[in-house]
Design a protein around this ligand. Structure first.
Ligand code: ATP
Ligand code: MG
Length: 414
């Protein structure tokens, strides 16, 4: 128990962490070029936020939340997604009173009690963005374009954008009735969960992972055929703008998305490889979520991108990550006086932005040189008795084997 991490969690180890830093750095930079600023919200919120925000008929709320009572009896939930907390912060801090739109990005851990699989964990990480305050299809297109830039720049090639519109409270009821009519005869064959969804939220049935339910809804009426004029015009504009941006997509009328708050645009970026968990990014518009959570009637659109899935897909595609260099200098010392000199020299090198490490294991000279190779040191600075006596450093280039000697006073120039 003690030496085993909880099921569904993963350590990000040295060697791996540089890839995370790379991908997150790229994301931050792309967000900056689109004019987004970072928001950091707490790891936990009042459970009620997710029940109301994500929706009580969703898988996330029904069976995946890490909820508990804190010592004062408050019901708390570790965040299963980033949007509801961002909305809560947007309302609480009155960000809607500033010039709109509000454009936010986040990088966060998320928690869902899921069945562990490749690309599906209980603690995972999302990079996401939200635009609050704009109804314009331009906001939808910008968000999609940002996600695409991110995926492409990180090296993903086998990628497809799938697009749908899930309508609005105007037009959804008509589709809902048509769907219920269609499912009425098939009700008995639905899985238990979907039976529960039939009255509360029949659209969710279209998203059920159960094979039998999938077959049953194969010819079900599709939301796209029921869009009201406003939703249809909006969808047309989004498609037109994507065309202008040179972004190709396929219409996928089956995209429902796992969370209840979506309206109008819904999209996913999916790997075209044969992958069980191929959806790397999902998002869409949520024009009523802010209001639903107690704020003003402010529309929103955004996405969440799974970092584990992105890294997994990049590895599958054998994408090149920038190599992380070893240290610049290892200080190889002999004797106590040399060690004292080494810490001073290391300090000066570091002040200049060079990385420098000293031996802390009392290795022999020979083993320190071997260690230099192991950690990929570009150069070693040898400090033996002679060097200490004369106040000099012998510097050896580990690649070329070339060796030069400089005065210790000159290490600042290295
Ligand atoms: P899925 O259909 O795969 O369960 P979802 O619709 O539940 O995904 P979202 O809530 O939209 O996913 O989350 C956005 C992204 O976060 C997903 O596209 C995926 O890349 C990632 N993601 C979601 N759940 C997990 C998980 N348990 N482990 C790892 N990544 C996840
Ligand atoms: Mg899910």
């Amino acid at each position: 128990m003690l030496t085993k991490a909880p099921k569904g969690t993963k350590d990000i180890l040295p060697g791996q962490s540089s890839k995370w830093q790379y991908v997150e750095g790229l994301f931050r930079d792309i967000c900056r070029t689109y004019g987004f600023e970072e928001i950091r919200t707490p790891m936990f919120e009042h459970t009620e936020l997710f029940v109301r925000g994500v929706g009580d008929t969703t898988d996330v709320v029904e069976k995946q939340m890490y909820s508990f009572d804190d010592l004062a009896g408050r019901n708390i939930t570790l965040k299963p997604e980033g949007t509801s907390p961002a909305v809560r912060a947007f309302i609480e801090n009155g960000l809607y009173a500033q010039a709109q739109p509000t454009k936010l990005y986040y990088i966060t851990a998320c928690f869902r009690y899921e069945k562990m699989q490749k690309g599906r964990y209980r603690q995972f990480h999302q990079m996401g963005v939200e635009i609050f305050g704009s109804e314009s299809p331009m906001a939808d297109a910008e968000v999609i374009s940002l996600a695409k830039d991110m995926l492409e720049k990180s090296g993903m090639k086998e990628l497809e954008l799938r697009l749908n519109s899930v309508g609005c409270p105007e037009c959804r009821p008509r589709h809902r009735e048509a769907l219920k009519d269609f499912l009425r005869d098939r009700y008995e064959q639905l899985c238990e969960t979907c039976k529960g969804r039939y009255e509360k939220n029949p659209m969710r049935i279209l998203d059920c992972k159960n094979e039998n339910c999938r077959r049953l809804v194969e010819n079900a009426p599709l939301m796209l055929d029921y869009l009201c004029d406003d939703c249809r015009a909006h969808f047309e504009k989004v498609k037109e703008l994507l065309g202008e941006m040179g972004i190709t997509f396929v219409i996928d009328p089956w995209i429902v998305r796992g969370l209840d708050y979506y309206t109008k645009t819904a999209f996913e970026f999916v790997s075209t490889r044969e992958m069980a968990q191929g959806t790397v990014c999902g998002g869409g518009r949520y024009d009523h979520l802010v209001e639903q959570l107690g704020g003003p009637g402010v529309p929103g659109v955004g996405f969440g991108m799974g970092e584990e899935r992105l890294l997994l897909l990049l590895e599958e595609e054998k994408a090149a990550f920038p190599v992380t260099e070893g240290v610049d200098y290892l200080l190889v010392t002999m004797g106590e006086r040399a060690r004292k000199m080494a810490v001073k020299i290391a300090g000066r090198l570091r002040k200049n932005g060079r990385s420098a490490v000293c031996d802390m294991m009392d290795r022999s000279f020979k083993n320190q040189m071997k260690y230099a190779n192991k950690i990929g040191a570009a150069k070693v600075i040898i400090l033996g008795e002679d060097e200490v006596e004369k106040g000099i450093c012998s510097i050896k280039d580990m690649k070329t084997g070339e060796q030069v000697t400089i005065s210790a006073d000159h290490v600042d120039n290295l």
